[in-house]
Design a protein around this ligand. Structure first.
Ligand SMILES: [Fe+2]
Ligand SMILES: [Fe+2]
Length: 369
């Protein structure tokens, strides 16, 4: 798998206390909805930097030793503007309480929990903290997914528009941007990817981006090495670049295609292969996918009527992602099919597709449903 994303959906609480036995009931209430760690005041500030999404202080702020021990943590809490909560005990008297709250504010504390602990009050205090955390995680997710989709889309546009504006492109820039695509899918899954890609107005772009999402999600489900995930991302993204040579009114025709139109569409694998070959620098296995993604194991595909033994695994994977994607997409001539129905149609294709690979693809379909 690729490096883990920096975002996390769960609220991680650093519950700082010098009296763990007194604080433990609070930890057990919070543990029902959060990841909670009891930590001493002399906590390493790196824990706040790298782990905590909320801090709860159950400490004696009138103790100079506690204040001294807390200093590194205090700087880290303020630097990250973490939501901070203080445990208070009203039995200490009004003046002592006011002083404790004054000191707590220098730690960024804005919320208070009474000791002895009351589960309902704790839940009430933490509800808005959970909401704020979920909102900020959603914003991070959107950013990561958008970044991945934009990277894929830009690379695709660079290549598909090259023949029309006589520009050049390179495999190197595609390779450099692929980690963004893998990260988006690894961190947030196929669902967020589909949601973002579906907004794209161009049919071939939307299709190629969806195939990329399904193919990479498939590779990640199979726990392929990052290098192999990259190969799959490249092949999927590029498989239909030859469609840039087919007139858009044929690609988007709402009715049945004439024989001539069908014949022209069937040339897109060859057009794509020629485009990338003339540019140079694209790996042979990627070119193989571009040329052969419409081949079927029983020899009934096109353009070369290859049979099973001649069709590489990488091509078979792209073919499965391609057919599934086409079935679940809205097309000018028909509505999208529900994912499980699309999968059923593919199962009925029998020996045209690789049965073992198709079975392994099922979890991706289930994630989509
Ligand atoms: Fe195609
Ligand atoms: Fe396709």
């Amino acid at each position: 798998m690729i490096e883990a994303a920096t975002t996390d959906r769960q609220l991680h609480i650093a519950l700082i206390t010098e009296t763990p036995e007194r604080t433990r009931p609070l930890a057990s209430i919070l543990s029902q909805t959060c990841d909670v760690h009891l930590l001493p005041p002399a906590i390493d500030p790196l824990v706040i930097d790298n782990f905590a999404s909320c801090v709860v202080l159950d400490v004696d702020l009138s103790s100079t030793q506690v204040i001294r021990e807390l200093q590194p943590a205090r700087s880290a809490i303020l630097a990250r503007s973490l939501p901070s909560v203080l445990v208070i005990d009203k039995s200490i008297g009004e003046r002592a309480l006011a002083e404790k709250i004054r000191l707590a504010k220098t730690f960024g504390v804005r919320n208070y929990i009474d000791h002895p602990f009351d589960a309902d009050q704790v839940r009430r205090i933490f509800a808005p903290i959970h909401d704020a955390h979920a909102r900020s995680e959603a914003a991070s997710r959107n950013k990561i997914v958008l970044r991945g989709v934009f990277a894929a889309q830009n690379e695709l546009a660079r290549i598909m528009e090259a023949p029309h504006n006589k520009s050049s492109f390179s495999f190197g820039t595609l390779e450099a941007n692929t980690p963004l695509i893998l990260e988006a899918l690894d961190a947030w899954g196929i669902g967020s990817w589909i949601e973002t890609v579906r907004r794209h107005h161009g049919g071939t772009y939307r299709h190629s981006l969806l195939v990329t999402g399904f193919a990479v999600a498939f590779a990640q489900k199979l726990k392929m090495r990052p290098k192999d995930q990259q190969r799959i991302a490249h092949a999927a993204l590029l498989h239909d670049v030859g469609k840039s040579f087919i007139p858009i009114d044929i690609l988007d025709k709402p009715g049945k295609l004439t024989d001539d139109e069908m014949e022209l569409i069937r040339k897109h694998p060859r057009y794509g292969y020629d485009l990338l070959t003339q540019q140079g620098g694209f790996p042979v296995e990627i070119l193989d996918c571009v040329l052969h993604h419409h081949e079927l194991l029983d020899g009934s595909g096109y353009p070369d009527h290859l049979r099973a033994a001649q069709i590489a695994d990488l091509v078979r994977i792209i073919t499965i992602a391609d057919i599934f994607s086409a079935l679940v997409e809205d097309r000018p001539y028909r509505q999208s099919l529900p994912p499980m129905k699309a999968f059923g149609i593919m199962e009925d294709m029998g020996n045209k597709l690789d049965g073992d690979l198709l079975n392994a693809f099922r979890p991706v379909v289930e994630d989509t449903a």
